[in-house]
Design a protein around this ligand. Structure first.
Ligand code: 5AD
Ligand code: SF4
Length: 469
């Protein structure tokens, strides 16, 4: 269907922006100096991008950032629901804020993201966590200013669950690392993979207009962005709801913007990975030669049970085309082990697929039942010990492949964007080249946000290291 995406009206967005002004006025009466905000983000890059909007809103409301949750006067959690572990972690940290509120009743606590986009979770927070002022689902980020305003004014607690997710343009954002930017091009997912909660918590697929995306890309580049990642649950189906340009043309348009920057994209779905996209990657210098193409399983029976809509053979044919068109491409994947009913033989098929594709890296997960998804209702759940064993075997095989793939970079000189001081060695800097792997090299903070040429001298499982040349 074309042009059905709900657009939040500019008037509604303007009303929210003016709510920020009102919060500013209110808090100046309550606090002697600007109060602080703290945002904790769980989960994927989409959540990180959403948290940048939340940070923009907090700032416009007059709050200043703090890294210490205990001193914050506005605490926002952006939660994840993809696996049980993510929810447990968030619930435990949220529970600790009770004591912060007991010490200062002026503290405001709000929770957004995928976890509270499920009614049963929002209800549970409402009933069991009375110190939480509000929750908002992933389609209601633009409503956060009025939620904060209501809380500051001591109004009733609110729990937003939208029934029709839309797109809001013009929400402020704040990016602490302007050289590295997320750019959401679409939201939601229509695929309903049988294990996945995302379509239930992020709504149907909806694309931002190309002109809005291009304007934001220009704004990011002007602000110093050198590495931009286009985001969506399935960026390969970008634009279908608009009936206009697809992902390949969109990326080519962004590449035309003047400036020294690189373009990445994630995540892709193999059923929609097009020849046009592969051609764009092959031809456009600014597009990073990295394709994240989650396969999930190497078994056709499991792929069918997962509702993935492609076969192992189809997937391998895309990989073949990709490798032919983009020599030296880095391919990465997501793998789920122990999907309900997965047999030893079917798991072996995943291992053999890994050996065949030779991924640079995989993100692997033990299947986690998500209430409300079809797979959670299957009665052939896999024993935990079997799942753990498969998981270890998967990692061991991929480690061998990763070591081999990383070693190919040794001796090469790579253009690397210096991103931060190394987390493990304060004398070293960390950045990324034209691959998904981090690169470590000696340098200082003055290089952050700049491109440097690094000769790779060493590789290990997780990173590459080298010297600036
Ligand atoms: N259990 C385990 N992994 C999951 N993923 C999504 N849902 C589940 C689940 N229920 C994984 C998929 C997806 C990645 C983002 O998370 O591999 O590609
Ligand atoms: Fe989940 Fe599948 Fe949509 Fe990815 S494509 S978000 S795995 S339903």
């Amino acid at each position: 269907m074309v042009n059905e995406t709900r657009r939040i009206s500019p008037d509604e967005v303007a009303a929210e922006i003016s709510a920020c002004e009102k919060v500013r006025a209110e808090i100046s009466k309550i606090f002697e100096s600007a109060p602080t905000y703290y945002i904790e983000t769980f989960g994927c890059q989409q959540n990180e991008a959403d948290s940048q909007r939340l940070a923009g809103i907090c700032r416009l409301c007059g709050y200043v950032p703090t890294r210490n949750i205990k001193e914050a006067k506005l605490i926002l959690f952006n939660t994840c629901a993809i696996r049980e572990h993510a929810e447990k972690k968030a619930l435990s940290i949220i529970g600790e804020t009770k004591h912060i509120k007991e010490k200062d009743s002026r503290v405001i606590i709000g929770i957004g993201g995928c976890m509270v986009s499920q009614k049963r979770r929002a209800d549970k927070i409402k009933n069991s966590n009375p110190y939480v002022n509000f929750t908002f689902d992933t389609g209601a980020i633009h409503s956060v200013p009025s939620l904060i305003l209501g809380a500051v004014r001591g109004q009733k607690r609110k729990f937003i669950l939208s029934d029709n997710f839309g797109i809001a343009e013009g929400i402020p954002f704040h990016n602490e690392t302007p050289y590295k930017a997320w750019l959401s091009i679409m939201y939601g997912c229509n695929n309903f993979c049988s294990y996945c909660i995302v379509p239930y918590v992020r709504g149907r697929e909806r694309s931002r207009r190309p002109e809005d995306i291009l304007a934001e890309a220009r704004q990011l580049i002007e602000a110093g962005a050198k590495d931009i990642t286009l985001l969506g649950q399935n960026v390969n189906s970008y634009g279908r709801d608009l009936g206009g340009m697809g992902i390949a043309s969109l990326m080519r348009e962004i590449c035309k913007i003047e400036g020294d920057f690189r373009l990445r994209f994630m995540t892709s779905h193999p059923k929609d990975a097009s020849d046009e996209l592969i051609a764009a990657m092959a031809e456009e210098e600014k597009i990073v030669k990295h394709f994240h193409l989650p396969v999930q399983s190497g078994s056709n029976r499991v792929l069918d049970a997962m509702n993935r809509k492609y076969t192992r053979e189809k997937y391998l044919s895309i990989i073949k085309k990709l490798k032919a068109a983009v020599p030296d491409v880095s391919i990465t994947s997501d793998i789920i082990v122990a999907f309900p009913g997965e047999t030893d033989e079917e798991f072996e098929e995943t291992l053999s697929l890994l050996s065949e594709v030779r991924y640079d890296m995989i993100f692997s997960f033990i299947y986690s039942p998500r209430e409300g998804t079809p797979a959670a209702a299957l009665d052939c759940q896999i024993d935990r010990a079997v799942a753990n064993d498969r998981y270890s075997r998967l990692l061991a095989l991929q480690d061998e492949i990763t070591a081999e793939r990383n070693a190919r970079f040794v001796g090469r000189t790579m253009k690397v964007l210096c991103e931060e001081v190394s987390k493990t060695d304060p004398g070293m800097m960390t950045g990324r080249g034209n691959t998904p792997r981090p690169v470590h090299f000696a340098g200082d903070e003055s290089l952050i946000g700049q491109f440097v040429n690094v000769k790779i001298t060493k590789s290990d499982l997780f990173s590459l290291s080298g010297e600036i040349v």
